[in-house]
Design a protein around this ligand. Structure first.
Ligand code: AMP
Ligand code: ZN
Length: 110
């Protein structure tokens, strides 16, 4: 099954990548809901939080380390930012490759 975020991770689909390490890749959201709206995704395809396994702990922890790092780089660490993980249709999850939204610098529709 094709996955747009897997395609971005492997370079098959375009994205403005702002951060990457062994476990995570981060890029700008194409439909930003804040001045800074970045998606942080694990390299491993995990469909949603509902599909998380105990072996994923390190990978998931790395999303937070990435968030901290990116917030610092983007200059929003001090003033603050929001981290959001939508899970399932009632939460509005559209892309079924687990991702953390990093929203900062003023959220547009709050
Ligand atoms: P969610 O509703 O949590 O599944 O969020 C999916 C997010 O991915 C939305 O904010 C979209 O704007 C964003 N998105 C979808 N396709 C792409 C893409 N190709 N590059 C960057 N962001 C994307
Ligand atoms: Zn994927």
């Amino acid at each position: 099954m094709s996955c747009i975020f897997c395609d971005i991770i492997t370079g098959k689909a375009p994205a403005q990548i702002v951060y990457q390490d062994n476990d995570a890749v981060a890029f700008y959201d194409i439909n930003p809901k804040a001045k800074v709206h970045i998606l942080i995704v694990p390299r491993k395809h995990i469909a949603s939080v509902n599909n998380v396994e105990s072996g994923d702990q390190t990978v998931l922890g790395s999303l937070f380390l990435a968030a901290r790092n990116i917030a610092e780089t983007q200059g929003i660490a001090e003033k603050g930012y929001r981290l959001m993980v939508n899970t399932g249709s009632n939460a509005g999850q559209i892309v079924y490759h687990l991702h953390m939204h990093l929203l900062g610098g003023g959220v547009f529709d709050d």
